[in-house]
Design a protein around this ligand. Sequence first.
Ligand SMILES: [Ca+2]
Length: 232
Amino acid sequence: MNSVDLAQPLHEWRDLVGGEKEEVRKDQYSLFGFRVPVFLRLPVCVCLFVCLSLHFKLYRTVCFNTSFYLRSCVCLSGQVEKLGDICISLRYVPTAGKLTINIMEAKHLKAMDCGGLSDPFVKVVLQHQGKRLKKKKTTVKQNTLNPYFNESFSFEIPFGQIQKVQVLITVYDYDKLGSNDAIGKVWIGFGASGVGLRHWSDMLANPRRPVAQWHALCPEEEVDEALKKPIR
Ligand SMILES: [Ca+2]
């Protein structure tokens, strides 16, 4: 008959053992609440980095294109994009083959200097089939957003070429230090659209008479991009 040793306790306290759960913790790590094997840590991080990079690159591209499109729409629709307006007079004398461009005045120009003003001057470029033929500049008007120029420039253009000529007018802010900043640009003549085309057509339809027109300034980079496109 078996005897019971009453000197020994009947029950023992034992620590709980995690078993498989403990092993999983050693082999895995948590990533956004998901358990990922340790050996996949590096590949997963690389994939995440690539995906995030592509996502933000795509996001930036979409934002830039949307912004560019909206700004183009505003500019091409004739609405002022707060760069200012410039008044230009065009006169062409077919018999003399002489084009006269008068830079009359500008108004509501964008402030480019710290004091809330600009030092505007205007550059006139005459080009034919993408090649610059002549370049002229007005004087600089200090500390104003509404400069009055009334400066004329004449170019010799035979009647046979006047239909293919482009006039590019850019308003700059003069700076003593550093390069001059473009405030805005206007494209008149061959390949232009909107007011730029209508003004040119009005000039050709009224030979020997000066035809004045206000133009809304567009961002320089947008005009330059449009000039690169093939003209239909
Ligand atoms: Ca300035």
